[in-house]
Design a protein around this ligand. Structure first.
Ligand code: FAD
Ligand code: AMP
Length: 477
């Protein structure tokens, strides 16, 4: 039997399912092929909902609550008894959050008239897609257009092969059934820091081994420095210039060797998380004659609007260049669907927000001070701390600061950088301002509500011109 559809989407992660929904909204017939089986059940939502953004945030929130309670509320005048932890219950709550959301996506596809085929898709020549169901016969679907959205998977390194629940990738690190006394993490990227924080808050002694000599290389240096200081104070032992050279299990313990400037070192951990990055999933996705080419790093090659090398074939999300982030995948999915429907569509790759969901959160959008200078801008900056913000003090959550980077010639905002309470939400103020081409003065002239955390945004904008009210500023204007 040959099925036909205006659009076939391969992959039902955030990129794929959003592309499918938008295409259906635009009146196209859509098939979405997703093969994931999560905890015994077919599941939509991809890495993000099943083993990425959502379960990690569920554990970050649970572990934060536990850590907060453990630290005590005596100064708030709140007393309570012994605080204890039930990891099985914490994991069950996380699983329920995942189930609710993945079930919701299934409902959204159904409600939009999208056919979800459970199994694997492969692009053949001529915009035909071979579908191999989990059970039953292989069939070929004729597609008007195809959106490839097969996502990514954790990189495995030969020096640290995975072993059961002892040497694990990010997926395994979301499933620990007990708190390891000593936990090693390879890689101080976003995933390593978030997962390291979860288990550190729950009581693990955490050592993070990072090969690079700079911490959070993509972040503004002021933010990276403050983040490293804060996480170290929280108990994460972050060792830079530490390249792991071997990891193996001996008598139930993980023995790790690493190299730094001082020579070879060894450590023994109860568990080890390998968080050294992710790579695109292309195995089995393309027939040899599909005509779709990959770039030198193994990503599907696309133009600025996600068109692959075959007309009518698009590729989005973690499968293509750019940051591996769910919101980037989602917007690319929407863009691809709109282009297929004949609409005008664009995506502003200059303004993709980065968030690290530690506590405090870390977030940025646009150019760092260093990047702006490297691009030739005559840069001015302003910074303001949460330390003296009334709302942050009232909440006893007042670490960090907001920093703006602007062009001193035009006053245009170039970047916003936050470490502090609610940074992941607060950063959208910078996104909106920059999307509208705001100047620093635009922010300075606005009336921010009092008392709010956002007043720090206002003060940071004022600080760019030496006008912050709740600070003694040396600059005068
Ligand atoms: P995926 O979500 O990987 O989905 C692709 C889907 O395609 C998969 O479900 C796969 O089963 C399916 N598939 C693959 N090949 C085929 C095939 N041939 N046939 C059928 N189906 C196929 N991003 C954020 O923005 N914020 C976060 O806080 C965040 N936290 C993260 C935490 C962790 C621990 C991890 C691992 C990732 C996190 N990410 C986060 C990254 C985010 O999950 C990814 O960027 C996002 O899921 C990419 O979406 P995608 O649709 O491109 O691919
Ligand atoms: P990210 O790509 O942001 O998820 O971060 C992964 C991090 O892992 C990068 O900063 C890499 O430098 C780091 N990394 C990769 N291989 C090793 C290794 N063998 N030892 C230590 N760190 C590593």
């Amino acid at each position: 039997m040959t099925q036909k559809a205006d659009v076939v989407v391969i992959g039902g992660g955030p990129g794929g399912y959003e592309a499918a929904i938008r295409a259906a909204q635009l009146g196209l017939s859509v098939i979405c092929i997703e093969r994931r089986i999560h905890k015994g059940k077919p599941a939509l939502g991809g890495t993000c909902l099943n083993v990425g953004c959502i379960p990690s945030k569920a554990l970050l929130d649970s572990s934060h609550k536990y850590h907060d309670l453990k630290a005590g509320y005596a100064k708030h005048g709140i007393q309570f008894g012994e605080v204890s932890i039930d990891i099985a219950a914490m994991q069950a709550r996380k699983d329920k959050v995942v189930d609710t959301l993945t079930g919701g996506i299934a409902g959204l596809l159904k409600g939009n008239g999208i056919t979800w085929l459970q199994g694997s898709g492969k692009l053949l020549a001529g915009k035909r897609v071979e579908f191999t169901p989990h059970e039953g016969e292989i069939e070929v679907i004729e597609a008007g257009s195809v959106i490839l959205a097969s996502g990514s998977k954790p990189i495995e390194i030969p020096v640290a092969p995975l072993v059961d629940d002892l040497i694990v990738d990010s997926t395994g690190a979301l499933e620990f059934t007990s708190v390891p006394a000593r936990l090693g993490v390879i890689g101080a990227g976003v995933i390593g820091l978030e997962l390291g924080s979860v288990w550190s808050r729950l009581g693990s002694e955490v050592v993070v081994l990072e090969a690079l000599d700079v911490f959070l290389a993509a972040a503004d240096r002021a933010i990276a420095k403050e983040t490293q200081k804060t996480l170290t104070k929280q108990g994460l032992d972050i060792r830079l210039s530490a390249r792991v050279t071997g990891a193996k299990v001996v008598d139930g313990k993980v023995h790790v060797t690493y190299q730094d400037a001082a020579g070879e070192h060894s450590e023994v951990f109860d568990r080890l998380i390998v968080a050294v990055g992710r790579r695109p999933v292309t195995a089995g996705l393309l027939s040899v004659d599909s005509g779709v080419s990959l770039d030198e790093r193994g990503f599907v090659h696309v133009d600025g609007q996600c068109r692959a090398s075959v007309p009518g074939v698009y590729a989005i999300g973690d499968l293509v260049r750019g940051p591996m982030l769910a919101h980037k995948a989602m917007e690319e999915g929407v863009m691809a669907a709109e282009l297929i429907a004949g609409h005008h569509a664009r995506f502003n790759y200059d303004l993709v927000i980065s968030v690290i969901y530690t506590h405090p959160e870390v977030a940025w959008v646009g150019l760092s001070e260093e990047r702006a200078k490297a691009e030739g801008f005559d840069v001015k900056t302003g910074q303001f701390a949460f330390a003296v913000n009334g709302r942050a003090l009232a909440a006893d959550d007042n670490a960090g600061f907001v920093k703006f980077v602007a062009d001193s010639k035009t006053d245009r905002l170039l970047g916003m950088h936050v470490i502090g309470p609610g940074a992941g939400d607060m950063i959208h103020q910078g996104l909106i301002a920059m999307e509208f081409g705001a100047s620093v003065e635009d922010l300075q002239l606005m009336c921010f509500a009092h008392p709010t955390l956002s007043e720090v945004v206002h003060e940071a904008a004022l600080a760019v011109d030496g006008r912050a009210i709740h600070a003694i500023q040396r600059k005068r204007k």
